[in-house]
Design a protein around this ligand. Structure first.
Ligand code: PMP
Ligand code: GLU
Length: 389
C-alpha cells in the first residue's frame, strides 16, 4: 500500500512526454521531439576535462554534504560577479540539480496549509513539490496580454495571511518571459513589510535574447536580498543536465543549515566528480561556449517565432529568454491535451500541452534543436493545423 502523499504526487509531465516520444522513436516511428527541456549541445570540453582530471586525481570519495569548499567559493564568486550579490560560503548549498534545491527549500520552509503563490503558466514541478510539502499552491493566471508576467496588482490580490512564499521564474519555463529590474522592484514593493519568502528560479539566466537584461531578484534591494532564496544551476546554460548540479543561496544561514540537514539524511553530497567539473561552469572558463550556445538559441528562436506566427490559427509572443515558445492554439482547439495528443499521433510531433503548466489552449515547443529539425517540425505542425477539425 502506497502512502497518501506519494499517491497524490503526479509524474513530471515534461519527462513523461519526452520518454514517450523516445519510446516511439525506438519502435521505429517517425517522431520529432520538441518536448524536452534540454539543450542539444554537448557539455563544454573544459568541463569534461575537469571531470576527467578529478577522476584521475582520485576525487571519488564522499565530500561535505553541501559541497567542497572550492565549489562553494565558486558559487559565491559567480553570484558576486554576475549578479552583484554578496554571500558567504555558509549561505550556499550545492544539490543534485536545481530540482533538489527546490525540494529542500519547500521541505524546509512550508508547513501544512501554507500558501505558495505560483504565477501560471508555471514549470510543472513547483505545484507538485509544494503539495508534497503539504503546502497549498495558489496560481496567478497570466496570458499573452501581460507577456505572461504578473503585475503588482495581481500579486497583491493573491496574498492572504497564509501566504508563505512567492515563486518567480525568470527567464520563465515555459514562456520565456523575463522580469525587468523595474518589474521586480514593483513586485518587491508589494512584499515590503510582509514575511513572505521569494523563491527565484534563475536557471535560464544566461539564455536571454535581443539585448534583454537579466536581473537577479535578490539584487534589487536589501529587503529583497533578505527574503529571496536564489535557485540556479548549470543544466541549461552550460548543457549539463545529466551531471546533476544545482545550487541555492539565501541570506538566512539557519535556512541553509536546515536544507543541509535534510540533504545529509537523504542524498548526502552530490557526485564528487560533478562538483569539480561544475567549478569550471561557474568560474568563467566556459563563457565562450556559453556565448556560442546562446547565439545559436537566439537564431533558432527567431526562426521558430517567424514560422509559427505565419501559421493561420497559431500565435506566439516572442520569448525574451530560455528556450521555449508557448504557442497559443485557441483559435484551432481549446483543449491542449487533445491538441498535443493528436499532434503526436497524426504528424509525429511531441510538444507539451499547456494544461501541464496550468494554462490551457497553448503548447510548449522547445527550440533546443538544430534549425533544420525546427523547420521540418514546424512544417509538419503547419500541415496538422491546416487540416485540423
Ligand atoms: N528550474 C527550471 C525553471 C527548469 O526548467 C528546470 C529544468 N529541469 C529546473 C529548475 C531543474 O533543473 P535541474 O534539476 O536539471 O538543475
Ligand atoms: N525542466 C525541463 C523541462 O521543463 C526538464 C524536465 C523536467 O525536469 O521537468 O522540460
Amino acid at each position: 500500500m502506497l502512502s497518501k502523499r506519494i499517491q497524490s504526487l503526479s509524474e513530471s509531465l515534461t519527462i513523461a512526454i519526452t520518454s514517450l516520444a523516445q519510446q516511439l522513436q525506438r519502435e521505429g516511428k517517425d517522431v520529432i521531439g520538441f518536448s524536452a527541456g534540454e539543450p542539444d549541445f554537448d557539455t563544454p570540453r573544459v568541463i569534461k576535462d575537469a571531470a576527467i582530471d578529478a577522476i584521475e586525481k582520485g576525487y571519488t570519495k564522499y565530500t561535505a554534504v553541501d559541497g567542497i569548499p572550492e565549489l562553494k567559493e565558486a558559487i559565491v564568486a559567480k553570484l558576486k560577479r554576475d549578479n552583484g550579490l554578496e554571500y558567504t560560503t555558509d549561505q550556499v548549498i550545492a544539490s543534485n540539480g536545481a530540482k533538489q534545491s527546490l525540494f529542500n527549500l519547500f521541505q524546509a520552509t512550508i508547513d501544512p496549509g501554507d500558501e505558495v503563490i505560483i504565477p501560471a503558466p508555471y514549470w510543472v514541478t513547483y505545484p507538485e513539490l509544494v503539495k508534497y510539502s503539504e503546502g497549498v499552491p495558489v496560481a496567478i493566471d497570466t496570458d499573452d496580454s501581460t507577456a505572461f508576467k504578473i503585475t503588482p496588482e495581481m500579486l497583491e490580490k493573491a496574498i492572504t495571511p497564509k501566504t508563505r512564499m512567492l515563486i518567480l521564474t525568470t527567464p520563465s519555463n515555459p514562456t520565456g518571459a523575463v522580469y525587468s529590474k523595474a518589474e521586480i522592484e514593483a513586485l518587491a514593493e508589494v512584499l515590503r513589510g510582509t514575511d513572505i519568502l521569494v523563491a527565484s528560479d534563475e536557471m535560464y539566466e544566461k539564455l536571454v535574447y535581443h539585448g534583454t537584461e537579466f536581473t537577479a531578484t535578490a539584487s534589487v534591494s536589501d529587503d529583497m536580498f533578505q527574503r529571496t532564496v536564489t535557485i540556479n544551476g548549470l543544466s541549461k546554460s552550460v548543457a549539463m543536465t545529466g551531471w546533476r548540479f544545482g545550487y541555492c543561496a539565501s541570506a538566512d544561514r539557519e535556512l541553509v543549515k536546515a536544507m543541509k540537514k535534510l540533504q545529509s539524511q537523504s542524498t548526502s553530497n552530490i557526485n564528487t566528480i560533478t562538483q569539480h567539473a561544475a567549478i569550471k561552469g561557474l568560474d568563467g572558463s566556459a563563457d565562450a561556449d556559453i556565448a556560442t550556445m546562446r547565439a545559436a538559441f537566439e537564431e533558432r528562436c527567431d526562426e521558430a517565432v517567424r514560422l509559427f506566427n505565419a501559421i493561420d490559427g497559431l500565435s506566439v509572443v516572442p520569448p525574451r529568454g530560455a528556450f521555449y515558445l508557448f504557442v497559443n492554439h485557441k483559435a484551432v482547439e481549446s483543449d491542449s491535451i487533445v491538441f498535443a495528443k493528436r499532434m503526436l499521433e497524426e504528424v509525429g510531433i511531441a510538444v507539451v500541452p499547456g494544461a501541464g503548466f496550468g494554462t490551457d489552449g497553448y503548447f510548449r515547443f522547445s527550440f533546443a534543436k538544430d534549425l533544420e529539425t525546427i523547420r521540418r517540425g514546424i512544417g509538419r505542425i503547419a500541415e496538422f493545423v491546416e487540416k485540423y477539425r
